[in-house]
Every structure is written in C-alpha cells, then in structure tokens.
Design a protein around this ligand. Sequence first.
Ligand code: SF4
Length: 345
Amino acid sequence: MKLENIIERILKNNFKIKDIISLLSLDNKDDLEVLYKKAFETMLTFTSGKIHLRAIIEFSNYCRKNCRYCGIRRGNKDQKRYRMSSEEIISVSIEAYKQGFRTVVLQSGEDLYFTKDKIGDIIKRIKEKVDIAVTLSVGERDYETYRYWKMCGADRYLMRIETTNKDLFKKLHPDDDYEYRIRCLKWIKEFGYELGTGIMLGLPKQTLEDLANDILLFKKFDADMIGCGPFLPHNGTPLFSEKMSDVNLTLKFLAVLRLVMKDINIPATTALGTIDPYGREMGLKAGCNVLMPNFTPVAYRKHYLLYNNKICIFEDANKCYQCTLERIKNVNLKASDSKGFREHS
Ligand code: SF4
C-alpha cells in the first residue's frame, strides 16, 4: 500500500489499526519526510497554526507513588524533597502572566499535603488576580476533588496514562489500578476540563501495536491535549539500565497522532528536547503546536528530575521564555498570545 494512500485514509477517518502500525514502522528518510510534512500541514490547517505557550510550575516533588521509571518516586531516597508554599505558587503564576503567558501548568508528584481545599484556594486566588488558564497536573484524586477544583476555576487537567497496555501499565505502576486511571480521565472530561493525557514512548517491552492502541484510546476519549515523550532512564529507578528511546519513534508517533486527531493540542515536550537538542523544533515540524517552558524557580528545578539529563534546569524563567520564542522563530512559526484552548474543527 502506498504511503500517500495510508495517510489519506487516516485523514478521512477511514482507517484500520494496521494503517497506524504501518506509519509507526516507517524507517526510510524520504517516507518520514512525507509523514512529517503532512502532519505539519494538518496542524496548520486544523489549528490556529500558532504555537501555544504554557508555563510549567513544578511546585512539589513529594510523591506517594513508586512508578518504576520516575526519578521522584517515593522509593528514591537520594532525592532531596521540596514544596513551594501557596503564596509562592500564586506569586510565580502572576509573574508568568506578567511575562506574557496565558496558561500556567501547576505540576507536582502525588503529594497529599496539597489537599483538595489547599489546591482549590490556590486556583481561586490565581484566578482573582490574573486572567490566566490554570492546568492542573497533580495525579489521581477522587471524584469530589476533581469536581471541586473545576468549580474553583481550573481549566485543564493533565494526567498521562503512559501506556494503554494493561499488563505493562501494571508492571510500571505498582501502586496504580488501570481501571481507576481510566475512571479519573472520564471524570475529568465529564466535569468539563480540557483533558490532557499521554504516554511514554520506547518503554521496555512496548510494541508498535501498543502505541497504535494508545492512539485509538485517545481518539475514543476525545482528549484535548496529548503530551508524549521518549523513555529516558533515571539512575534512581529500577529501570536505570534499560535502553533509552530514540527521537524518531516519538516524532513518528506525534505525526500520526496529528493525522488522527487533527485539531488537538500536542506539545513538543522537554523530554523531546532532552533526547535531541533540536527535538522540540523537530516536534513542531512534525505537527506539534505547544511548548511548555519551565517556570519553576531555579532553586527547585534541579530537584524535579523525572529522568536523567533533563534540560533547562539552570536557566532563569526569562531566559527559558526567550529561548522558547527563538525556537518558534527558527521554524518560521509564531507564538500565540491566547489561552490556547483546543479549537474544535
Ligand atoms: S510518575 Fe507521577 S505518580 Fe509516578 S512516581 Fe512520578 S510523580 Fe509520582
């Protein structure tokens, strides 16, 4: 089957899982160029074509869980732990707004010190002060908590599933139940958040069929944002000796995702920029339309290492912002000045 025909079928929403697997299997340079070009054109056609910026604030690296790939898992006793105060989180969010961001992503490990009320209060106080979208990325909670945070003004919720292969999910997440994760994602969607989820690519024992199934599940959920990054081992985890993923698998996945879910928001992640110095630019050229510069105060950044060699941990917030704008310019695109909600086509 010709590559162009497969792409056409996917764009017309008339495809089978084997079509996705064929695209994920491509390894010829010319074929990959065709795939990335088509994904880029799709991004330009079905979104505003501008790149949305989200300021990430990593406000606590305490975590009650022990995910086997993650550097801040509770079992990593070498990890120095920190929590920002509510006041600090609010003032850094206001600073992000003043710098030009229209979304903050408040991210942490699963830290129950930050209760339903504490996070609700932070959201309300940010919203009272500045007109900025608030994305939460704080893991699994209960039905009532998600409902309450939405009422407090949260706009988006980001919770990756990492893989939809249930056996692999169980092996990677000793504390988690796959069905509960799915239930959380459904609640989040039901309460009217923009739903962000995603996976890690190149995990040990993950197959192309798993990746194709991930895409099909995201489509079924009608997720609004999908964040994916390559697997990068961390030396404080049980997976430290596993092979690091490669940039091409991530780029292929992102491009196919764009063809299948044309109008969603897809970030070119920091992990992509870690595996290759031009990874984020390559991501934009393969259909991504979001960048998420690190806005965590520099003193904390080096303690929020989910994987080894994470980039952008010494630069101050302004430098990260300017560097991000430069990267967008380098690929002849423009930064958006909106809150960057999904523009349903
Ligand atoms: S992936 Fe998230 S939940 Fe799992 S250990 Fe890391 S921070 Fe905690």
